[in-house]
Design a binder for this molecule. Structure first.
Ligand SMILES: NC(=O)C1=CN([C@@H]2O[C@H](COP(=O)(O)OP(=O)(O)OC[C@H]3O[C@@H](n4cnc5c(N)ncnc54)[C@H](OP(=O)(O)O)[C@@H]3O)[C@@H](O)[C@H]2O)C=CC1
Ligand SMILES: CC(=O)N[C@@H](CCC(=O)OP(=O)(O)O)C(=O)O
Length: 343
């Protein structure tokens, strides 16, 4: 099966290339950029002698003629326009941006951009495989979830769906490495401002807030707006979310862990940690795993849930390939069985 990547020179794009280069079924047909037509290794020398394809301009007609699947690793605002060109040509599209995830009104409010046309948005399946596998299987257009929503939703789903928590009590404290912001230089992510520092950003205005809320509401219509706060960690890859919720009734940590294990036991990329152990970011780096640990505090009546992912893998390119596998009728883990990089 032939695949093409648009936005290959970005961090999401080059991570797609790393995965797809060694995927046994998908073959990279072409890689695209708005920049010079140079071999990708000139832009990313770690690919020297591994991958010598040249970057090509974005000619939708040509890409559609030669590919079965197109990955869009392009910014919000651009992805939507590109997606419509391919969907009309009956090509499978997986979009890593936020363009297809939200209803028009929410998109305008939180992304402060023009939304895509409803006729396109309505064709998109939300690409969180653990909870939407059947729809993904039958769709040609995937809205790949945001990195923070992936970690947050996977950690909250069991207790929200089982109606075990006060629906007005959700607080998500999220931290991301700097690669989450993409390759462009900004003061925030520069070495001198990120290194040996820890910053909060987009307080109460992060664009992933409505994405988290809309999915939680589908699972439990009582859910109230969540408090979601993002921080920048002085590391390259990885996300940790620490989520606090109030339990409706007392449950022990072991009962809740049992619920999580039961719900996720057939999900290849979810690892529920044993009691009194909590995941750290390095334990999933470079892999497509989402690791979850939790503790119920009988003193406060609150449950603390920790989840970690690699933002470029399960938070972006890894999940995109997981979705492509599902859409193509392949084993979901195909080409994604990376052991995390440790230390
Ligand atoms: N980084 C992350 O952890 C995650 C990112 N995402 C989303 O994935 C997408 C890619 O993110 P990321 O790789 O981090 O971003 P980067 O900024 O690293 O890369 C974006 C790429 O998009 C291309 N691009 C920019 N403008 C245009 C344009 N007008 N037309 C076509 N291509 C363009 C650029 O390629 P060139 O300059 O060569 O044309 C650039 O390399 C974004 O929508 C992002 O929000 C989602 C989840 C996690
Ligand atoms: C560290 C960092 O800056 N991360 C970015 C993640 C952006 C992203 O994934 O954008 P989408 O809205 O297209 O999903 C942020 O928090 O905005």
């Amino acid at each position: 099966m032939k695949v093409s990547i648009i936005g290959t020179t970005g961090y999401g794009g080059v991570e797609l290339l790393r995965i797809l280069h060694q995927h046994p079924t998908f073959k990279i047909q072409s890689i695209h950029s708005t920049k010079d037509e140079i071999p990708i290794w000139e832009e990313y020398p770690h690919l020297y002698r591994l991958f010598d394809k040249k970057l090509e301009p974005i000619d939708a007609e040509q890409i559609a003629n030669q590919s079965d699947i197109v990955f869009l690793a392009t910014p919000s605002g651009i992805s939507g326009q590109l997606a419509s060109e391919f969907v009309n040509k009956n090509i499978k599209v997986i979009d890593l941006s936020g363009d297809l995830r939200l209803p028009a009104k929410d998109y305008e409010t939180w992304y402060k951009q023009e939304p895509v046309h409803e006729s396109l948005k309505s064709q998109a399946a939300y690409g969180l495989p653990e909870w939407n596998r059947e729809t993904i299987k039958n769709s040609n257009l995937i809205a790949n979830p945001g990195c923070f929503p992936t970690a947050s939703l996977l950690s909250l789903a069991p207790v929200v769906m089982s109606d075990l928590i006060d629906p007005a009590s959700i607080i998500i404290d999220a931290k991301s490495g700097v690669s989450g912001a993409g390759k462009s230089l900004s003061r925030n992510t520069s070495l001198s401002e990120a290194n040996e520092n820890f910053k909060v950003y987009k307080v109460n205005e992060h664009q992933h807030t409505p994405e988290i809320e809309q999915q939680l509401l589908q699972w439990n219509s009582d859910v109230q707006p969540v408090t979601f706060t993002t921080h920048l960690l002085p590391i390259t890859r990885g996300i940790m979310t620490t989520t606090y919720v109030r339990l409706k009734e007392e449950h022990s940590t072991s009962q809740l862990l049992e619920l999580y294990r039961e719900i996720y036991h057939q999900q290849p990329f979810i690892r529920i940690r044993p009691e009194n152990t909590f995941p750290s970011i390095k334990e999933v780096a470079g892999s497509n795993y989402c690791d979850i640990g939790l503790h119920a505090d009988s003193r406060t009546g609150r449950l603390t849930i920790i989840s970690v992912i690699d933002n470029l893998m399960k938070g972006a390119a890894g999940q995109a390939v997981q979705n492509a596998n599902i859409m193509s009728g392949l084993e979901e883990t195909t080409g994604l069985d990376f052991v995390p990089m440790f230390p």
